[in-house]
Ligand binder design. Structure first.
Ligand code: ADP
Ligand code: MG
Length: 692
């Protein structure tokens, strides 16, 4: 049961005084549905309106508050004429001016002979003081009560500031005193004041700085929000872990046999990551690990070695790829690598239908097939395993699949290894995956040279074509020529690529091919095969090639209108070359005049090959939602925290949450943390606690 002292905060706003269905609807549009949401809706600026007893002391053209006596109304006689209310501030004349005013309204708010406290910008016009459209008019009560600074909130149509502040204040005035949930050490470390005080300071600011990213009041609340998020993850994970977990025992025979037969030596980075994974597998905890490594860093072999450990312990493994092209690539690569090992491997994609599919499914079900490579077809209805021990998911840069995978097999908890080709900043993996462990391949296989990247304006296209001609005549090198997405329209997209294809084909007869997103999977594969095996030299592509194409003889990639691509995408595309030990190149073709952000992106690309660095820069430029792709990001949305600059707090919150849940998994000794979970609406976690 929710504790009673949180009732007011967590009630819908329609219980507040002055909220009828109409206002409720309007306020909901601001994302404010519960009273507590008023607390998270911070003012975005403050205006000063200092009270001056003597109008001659008050500065002109600034917001001030004055005490005035209403003398006489001069309503407008025609439309353009302003409505003037003649007043006195002490002995000095001042006009209050309205344009397009409704006469009765003004008469009622400024009755003749009344005294009022009036706030607004003080002007001096035609030898007279005046205030046009005062921002506030109050009765003269105790002047001490007057706020000299007024918060300004973002509003929406049909809502005025006064109404909003009145409602917001109803909630602000009744914030309960909640028991502190942050330990003293952290309060001191970050200079945090209490939850309640932090909220009050943000709504009633003394200094402008209040809204900056470094503001400690905001940071305090951001930490709370992140802590609630991390706690919720820990709780759900811990309770779940009571279920079955598998310990994979084996003597590494398969692994050693594989390594013995490899044509290359594992890099140190690969060896380290294999170790990290191995430790997870032989522990009694379900592994959920993210394996990050730039394109070409050799993730597949790491995954395969882990798979062998699991297979030797008597379990099956799957490897799921986002497209069937990639699935087939993995299938071929891995089949070759395990040629001499006693392991059954198969592939399952959407293409398998009818009898063939049933045969495959049967072999999977009775455990004959040990490695099953595939697409989403793997997690469809009807696919049953005998003993699934590990799921490897090659997500490229798509998120969120692993969750479905992880909980897909009733009573059984396969370990999960997610491979991501796009390096993801640590802040974002923490937020999106929360509890996932992380391994990074930071070293490229020996002999792999950094890709030489340069940028070139489209005007110099002719020079580029000449260079390509030379290279084609003197070597067997192949080229990718990528055309950009045009305003998300597939048709225009295709047209740009087709035009480019036609133009290049005129110059390089019968040496150019075209691949794009509207081709069927099968035609795409055929195109790729032909390009790889025959004497074609240039593959013109829409961004489809982003999704993993492995052609070692391609040494140059040209990206047309590179200014239209994001950093992550550029980096991903660039990774399509540089897959052997020859020198390789990336040429960023861009239009003449590009904006600063685009220029910065291209500069970063020409200066570094480090995917993790690029990812961090990307986060700074675009913010978290964009970096992960809004829809598929799997990122929780935060009210206060901003992952572009609160990453350090997220780390801290994770440690803090883990520590607490370790010694007090039911939060019996930390009941105040339940308050925290409630106010950040992590109700699922609370339900889990109550059920567990
Ligand atoms: P990615 O991380 O992009 O998935 P892959 O696993 O496909 O990379 O590996 C890219 C290529 O590098 C493959 O051809 C693979 O055989 C090769 N490779 C992997 N590890 C090494 C290594 N240690 N030394 C040399 N080549 C390697
Ligand atoms: Mg790969």
């Amino acid at each position: 049961m929710r504790p009673a002292h949180l009732d007011l905060l967590l009630s819908p706003i329609n219980k507040l005084k002055g909220v009828g269905p109409k206002i409720e609807n309007i306020i909901n549009k601001l994302g404010i549905n519960l009273n507590i949401h008023f607390l998270w809706h911070f003012p975005y600026k403050i205006i000063e309106k200092k009270y001056y007893e003597n109008i001659h002391d008050a500065p002109l053209n600034q917001f001030v508050t004055l005490k005035i006596e209403v003398i006489k109304h001069y309503p407008s006689k025609f439309r353009r004429q302003p409505y003037r209310v003649s007043c006195l501030a002490n002995e000095t004349a001042i006009d209050i001016v309205y344009f397009n005013a409704r006469h009765p309204v003004i008469r009622s708010i400024l009755p003749t002979k009344s005294f009022k406290m009036i706030s607004g910008k003080l002007e001096f016009f035609k030898n007279k003081f005046q205030i046009t459209h005062p921002s506030n008019i109050e009765n003269v009560t105790d002047i001490q009560l007057l706020r000299e600074k007024e918060p300004v909130y973002s509003l929406t149509a049909g809502l005025n500031m006064k109404t909003f502040i009145k409602l917001s204040n109803q909630v602000l005035d009744s914030i309960p005193n909640l028991k502190e949930w942050i330990e003293e050490r952290l309060l001191l470390k970050y200079n945090f004041i209490s939850w309640k005080e932090a909220i009050e300071k943000l709504h009633n600011p003394e200094i402008e700085d209040t809204y900056s990213e470094k503001n400690i009041f905001r940071r305090r609340l951001a930490f709370d929000e992140l802590l609630a998020h991390q706690l919720a993850i820990c709780i759900i994970r811990t309770i779940d872990n009571k279920k079955i977990s598998v310990v994979f025992k084996n003597n590494n025979k398969l692994k050693n046999d594989l390594i013995k037969n490899l044509e290359f030596k594992l890099t140190n980075s690969q060896i380290n990551v294999v170790d990290e994974i191995q430790k997870d597998l032989v522990s009694n905890k379900q592994m959920i690990r993210l394996l990050q490594g730039d394109v070409g860093s050799g993730k597949t072999i790491v995954a395969l070695i882990s798979m062998l450990t699991v297979i030797e312990s008597g379990y099956q493994v799957t490897l799921m790829a986002p497209t069937s092209i990639l699935a087939y690539q993995h299938y071929e690569n891995i089949s070759k690598l395990i040629l001499n090992l006693p392991i059954e491997i198969d592939i399952l994609t959407g293409k398998d239908k009818g009898k063939k599919r049933i045969e495959k499914l049967d072999k999977i079900k009775d455990g004959k097939t040990q490695i099953i490579i595939g697409t989403h077809a793997l997690i469809q209805e009807g696919v049953k395993f005998k003993k699934l021990g590990l799921s490897v998911i090659d997500e490229q840069h798509r998120f969120g699949v692993y969750q479905r995978m992880a909980f897909n097999y009733k009573g059984f908890r396969p370990s999960i290894l997610v491979m991501s080709a796009t390096p993801i900043p640590r802040t974002l993996t923490l937020a999106a995956y929360g509890d996932m462990d992380e391994s990074r391949l930071i070293e490229k296989p020996i002999g792999r040279k950094p890709i030489k990247t340069s940028s070139l304006t489209l005007k110099k296209e002719k020079n580029l074509i000449e260079r390509i001609k030379k290279k084609i005549n003197n070597s067997n090198d192949k080229f990718f020529w990528v055309c950009p997405l045009i305003e998300e329209s597939q048709e225009l997209d295709l047209k740009a690529a087709t035009d480019r294809y036609i133009a290049l084909n005129k110059i390089f007869k019968n040496k150019v091919m075209l691949i794009h997103g509207q081709l069927s999977e099968k035609d795409k594969e055929l195109t790729m095969e032909k390009f790889k095996d025959e004497d074609y030299r240039i593959l013109v592509a829409t961004t489809v090639i982003e999704v993993g194409i492995d052609i070692k003889s391609a040494t140059t990639i040209i990206i047309e209108h590179a200014e239209r691509f994001g950093l992550a995408q550029l980096h991903q595309l660039r990774g399509r070359v540089g897959r052997n030990d020859e020198e390789s190149y990336c040429i960023l073709l861009h239009k003449e005049n590009i904006n600063d952000t685009a220029k910065k992106r291209l500069d970063i690309m020409t200066n570094t090959n480090d995917g993790f660095l690029i990812a961090e820069e990307d986060l700074k430029i675009r913010g978290p939602g964009e970096v992960l792709g809004k829809r598929q990001s799997g990122l929780p949305s935060f009210n206060i925290a901003d992952l572009s600059y609160d990453g350090d707090l997220l780390e801290e919150a994770k440690l803090y949450a883990e520590n607490i849940i370790n010694y007090d998994p039911q939060l019996n000794q930390n009941k105040n943390l339940k308050d925290l979970l409630y106010i950040h609406e992590r109700d699922t976690a609370i339900k889990t606690l109550n059920a567990g």
